[in-house]
Design a binder for this molecule. Structure first.
Ligand code: MRU
Length: 356
């Protein structure tokens, strides 16, 4: 089987050629194919079709989309058009709107002649900040792992859902950053990686962790509750796509069920939330955060790798079978032990006060 062997950078920006190079994540982990994005339309296509995915990476890529647009045509009309189109690509992860708002507030008052350079530099800052933010997030959460290790003196079992890893960000990942730091610090860990149907982003997480030599086991989504009930999970670490001021959290579909099981089994449940994922304008999340409804074909078909190394899709359900495919769900704050941000770990009830 031709599985990719080493992880690559999720996004590389080439200022000289005004190109953004991404790994096409629709093919992971079976093949690593790079794709050059040369204009904002290609950036929008990559986000819509999940060639780039994960809340922080969507924001970074969209920022470069604006920069590419400004290199082509820096007029007010062009700026407004690309901002509108990029914002419509995916609805749930607020990092997208956050990054576009940051680009807009810099570029709208600027002289069009300066917009190309300004926008590239700002997108680059957003890209670099992501690395530092995730490292800081990792350091805060490392304390959770090391204190449990000090108590139990055995490998700490952490369950994760979806991919909040390096490929969802620029580097480190959010929920995976403390895993790398634990490994570097010699703290033994074992990670339960959930499959995350229907797009199976758990495959990407497993690929990232296995490449780093982190002990991990892959499981079907529905096995998580059973493991928690049997005392096999010490901590649940998940990413987020949008956090409301009251601490409600939208993340990949299935997160809510993990949180319910964790609550029932008294397993601490942490959501990893960079500031760019916090929607400061939203007071509550349940019933309010827009939930992306994706194509039923993501459920009807499943992708894998054939014996001869080709990537194939096979059909689980006929095209006319009724299907629903919500991409995300919202976990209420009452089920969340803590929100791990770059500025520290907050109880959900303390988030609003911390935001000011
Ligand atoms: O649909 P995706 O793959 O973009 O969803 C990804 C997730 O839900 C992640 O958990 C979230 O974006 C956090 S990534 C640090």
């Amino acid at each position: 089987m031709k599985f990719a062997e080493k992880p690559y950078k999720s996004l590389v920006a080439d200022a000289a050629a005004t190109r953004v190079h991404i790994v096409d994540q629709t093919l992971l982990p079976f093949a690593v194919e790079h794709r050059a994005l040369a204009n904002w339309q290609e950036v929008a296509e990559a986000i819509v079709n999940m060639r780039v995915r994960g809340a922080p990476l969507i924001g970074v890529t969209a920022a470069f989309g604006v920069a590419l647009a400004m290199h082509e045509d820096a007029t007010d009309a062009s700026l407004a058009k690309c901002l509108r189109a990029l914002e419509a690509t995916r609805p749930t992860a607020v990092n997208l709107a956050w990054a576009l708002a940051r680009m807009a507030s810099l570029l709208q008052p600027a002289d069009p002649a300066e917009r190309a350079d300004l926008s590239w530099a700002e997108a680059e800052r957003i890209r670099q900040d992501d690395v530092d933010i995730n490292r800081r997030i990792g350091q805060h959460a490392l304390a959770l792992i090391s204190s449990l290790y000090a108590k139990h003196q055995r490998p700490i079992n952490i369950l994760t859902h979806c991919n909040a890893g390096r490929m969802a960000c620029v580097d480190w990942g959010t929920a995976t950053a403390p895993l790398y730091l634990a490994q570097q610090g010699g703290i033994p860990i074992h990670v339960w990686v959930e499959e995350t149907r229907p797009r199976n982003q758990g495959l990407i997480t497993r690929w990232e962790l296995a490449d780093a030599g982190i002990n991990c086991t892959y499981l079907a989504d529905n096995a998580g509750g059973h493991l928690m009930q049997n005392g096999d999970v010490d901590l649940v670490f998940v990413g987020v796509d949008r956090v409301a001021r009251n601490g409600d959290v939208a993340n990949k579909i299935g997160t809510y069920l993990k949180a319910l099981a964790a609550h029932d089994c008294s397993v601490p449940f942490y959501a990893f939330a960079p500031r760019s994922s916090i929607d400061v304008g939203l007071n509550i999340g349940v019933g309010v955060i827009p939930i992306e409804s994706r194509s039923g074909d993501e459920v009807r078909l499943i992708r894998g790798i054939h014996r001869d190394g080709t990537i194939e899709e096979v059909r689980l359900l006929m095209p006319d079978a009724a299907v629903t495919n919500p991409g995300f769900d919202v976990t209420p704050a009452r089920l969340i032990t803590g929100l791990v941000t770059e500025d520290g770990i907050f109880a959900p009830a303390a988030l609003a006060a911390a935001l000011g």
